[in-house]
Design a protein around this ligand. Structure first.
Ligand code: ZN
Length: 263
């Protein structure tokens, strides 16, 4: 069968994802993406799987149909990633830019756990699962979360195991405080935006002081935070002993406020 180009084509924008661009290509040709793919002889259960890996034959079929260079189509697929980068890159969309998505765009960086603002228009990315007017984060928390996201991006870009470890420890602590279970990477892509924002903010807090110190200096450490610390630092008895002392001292301070000592 000779493949004929589609009546209309659309140029990809920088950082566009293959699955998103295919939807735009289908829309401009007045069909659904699965109809478009079937028409050009490609069978796939979910086009989003093409965002990570696509074989040359498929690339060529799409390229002919869209009258584009196969290289251009291939550039819409994520390049090979390190293990940490892959863990922090969502397989399926979890956030989007309210402005750019209205124009039918789906960009690669939106899938990154560290992406906070849209690189095209600067609008804050929002969870695609969030209920409108749901959990509202304060500006201060958002500011911290944005900084935390920046630290996470830097840890990945520099491939620094130490920075990544510190960031993920902060996430573990934040998850414990929020009684969120499961995978740390998933918490950073959590459908509940409050969880994600809190975890990112914790990463920022852990940069200023190692988290254990931040917790120790906090006057508001309570039983719940202590339980969170126990979970996070369970394998570090020396630090736990220090936390215990601080908790006891804080309890004494609470009972005798006038005897409160400055740490
Ligand atoms: Zn945007």
């Amino acid at each position: 069968m000779t493949l004929r180009p589609l009546p209309k084509t659309v140029a990809p924008v920088p950082d566009e994802l293959l699955s998103g661009w295919l939807i735009r290509l289908a829309t401009i040709n007045y069909c659904e993406v699965d109809e478009l793919l079937a028409h050009i002889g490609i069978s796939v259960r979910h086009p989003a799987t093409f965002d990570f890996e696509v074989d040359m034959a498929t690339l060529e079929k799409i390229a002919i149909a869209a009258r584009l260079d196969p290289k251009t189509v291939g550039s819409l697929v994520f390049p090979p990633m390190s293990q940490a980068e892959a863990l922090l890159t969502a397989q399926f969309p979890f956030q989007s830019c309210p402005d750019c998505s209205r124009q039918g765009l789906a960009l690669r960086h939106w899938r990154r756990a560290w992406a906070f603002d849209c690189q095209i228009c600067g609008t804050r990315l929002l969870s695609i699962f969030a209920i409108p007017h749901g959990e509202l984060a304060s500006e201060k928390l958002l500011h911290r979360a944005r900084r935390g996201a920046g630290h996470l991006e830097l840890a990945i870009a520099s491939n620094s195991a130490a920075h990544l470890r510190r960031a993920m420890r902060a996430v573990t602590f934040a998850m414990a405080l929020q009684t969120v279970r499961g995978d740390k990477a998933f918490a950073l892509q959590h459908p509940r935006p409050g969880v994600r924002i809190f975890c990112l903010a914790a990463i920022a807090a852990a940069q200023a002081h190692p988290l254990i110190k931040a917790a120790m200096f906090s006057r508001s450490i309570d039983g719940f935070a202590r339980a969170a610390l126990l979970r996070t630092y369970g394998k570090e008895p020396r630090l736990l002993a220090a936390v215990d002392q601080i908790v006891k001292r804080n309890l004494r301070s609470a009972l005798l406020p006038e005897a409160e000592s400055h740490i």
